[in-house]
Design a protein around this ligand. Sequence first.
Ligand code: C2O
Ligand code: CU
Length: 480
Amino acid sequence: MNRRQILKAGAAMTVLGWSSKLHAVGESGAEYKLDIKAGQAELLKAGGPKTPVWTYDGMVPGPLLRGKRGQRMRIAATNNLQQPTSVHWHGLRIVNAMDGVAGLTQEPIEPGQVFNYDFVPPDAGTYWYHSHNRGWEQVARGLYGPLIVDEDEPVDVDRDLVISADDWRLTEDGKLHEASFGNIGERAHGGRLGNVLTLNGKPYEYLKVMAGERVRLRLINTANARIMSFKVAGVAPWVVALDGQSIAPIKLGDSAVRLAPAQRADLVFDVKAAPGAELAITEVSGDEALVAGYLQVEEGGEVRERDGDEPPVLPAHNVPAPDLNKARIVELDMAGGAMGFVETAIYKGKTLDFRTLAREHGQVWTMNGTAGTALEPLFTAARGETIIVRMKNNTRWPHGMHVHGHHFIETARKPKTSFDFSIGAAVESKAAPYRDTVLMDAGEEVDIAFVADNPGSWLLHCHMMEHMAGGMVTWFEVRS
Ligand code: C2O
Ligand code: CU
C-alpha cells in the first residue's frame, strides 16, 4: 500500500489528542451549546491558587469546537455574565450576520440572553473564537477557545494537537491584575502584556505523543497583545497552514514560528525521539527561552510507514485569487500611539485634539485621521471586486492587522523584512499564503489584496486588543 491507501485504511486510527465535547457531525452538522460564565482556573501553577476568570463552559480556553468543511455549525451561546458579550469566529469566511461583532453585525448578547450562531465554514483549518465586545477585558479574562474545521478527507497524520497560547497578567496571589484593565498608557504602547504564559490554560502543558508518529500541531496565539515565537525541541517541522489556510509546505529548520495575536500556524512533524523523551515547547521571543510545555514521547503503538522526508499535503485552500491588474487601491494611514505625532483626529464625527481624545475617550490611535470606528466605511466594494489595502504603519509600534470575513495575500512590503509570513527567518514559499492577520513592523508599509466577495459590513483592525480599543479599527462594506 502507498501512503494514500494507508491513509484511507487508517483513517479510523487517527487519535485526537484534545478531546472535544461530545457532539455529532452528521447530516445536520455540528451542534454546540456554549455557556458563557464566570469560573476558575489554575494558571499560576498546577494545584496553585485558583484565578477567577470568565469562561466558555467553565474552562479556559473554551471547549474545542469542531466542524467539517461545508457543513453547518450551530452554536447556542448563553450569556451568564453580568456584562454584554458576543462571540466572533475568527478567520471563518462566513455570513456577515454570524460574524459576532457587537455593534456592527449584531447587538451584544445581554446578560441572560442567548444568541444562536448558525453558519457553514467554507474552509478547513485551524480557527478560534473569542469575545468581540470589550475584547481588551473579556479576552484577557479568558473568553476564547479553539475551533477546528476538518478537511473532507482525514489528513495523513496520526495525532492532531491544539495549543492555545496566552499570556496572563496575574498578581502574586494568582488573581487577574484588574487595576490595569483599560490603562491608557498601555493602549498607547505595546498593549497589555502578561507575566504568566499558559498553553491550553496550563502553566505547563504536557501533551502525549507516540514514538514514530506523525503529528499535526496547531498553534494559536490568543494573547491580547503579545507577539510570540515558538519552537519544539527535537523535531523537524513543516509549516503546512497559516491562519487556517493550507500553504505550500515550508521547512522550518531551526527557526521559530512567530505569531502575532490571533495568528495560527499548523506544523507537521514526525516524532523520531525514543520513548521517554520530553520535547520542550519553548517561547523564544524574549532574551531567554521560556519552557511552556512538553511533548511526552511514549512507547508507540502501530507506526505507519512514511515516505522519508516527504511533507504532508493538505487539500488546496479555496480562497479566490485577487485580480491584481484590476485591483482598486485603498490607502490606510495608521498613526498615533506613544512617540507618534497626532494633533487632532475625528472621533464619532467630531474633530478633537489629542489630549481630549486620550483623556476623555481613551483614543490614542488613528486610521486615516479617524480614531475608532468611523461613521463611513473605509471603502465600499462591489461584490467580487479586488481590493488592495495599502497599510502604512506610521507609528513606532508593530501591529497585527486583521480583516474580517476574508483572507488576503500580502503583495508588497516596504522595507522588506523578515516579518514575511510571520516566521522568524527568511523562508522561501512557492505561493503567498492567504492569511486573515498580518504582522507589520513599525514604519512598514504592507499591501494586502483580496477579493471582496462576502457581502456585509466587516471590520479591519489591529488585533492587539488595546490598540483596537484605543482607536485602531475601521470597517468596510461589500455590496450584495
Ligand atoms: Cu479575532 Cu475582530 O477579531
Ligand atoms: Cu496594534
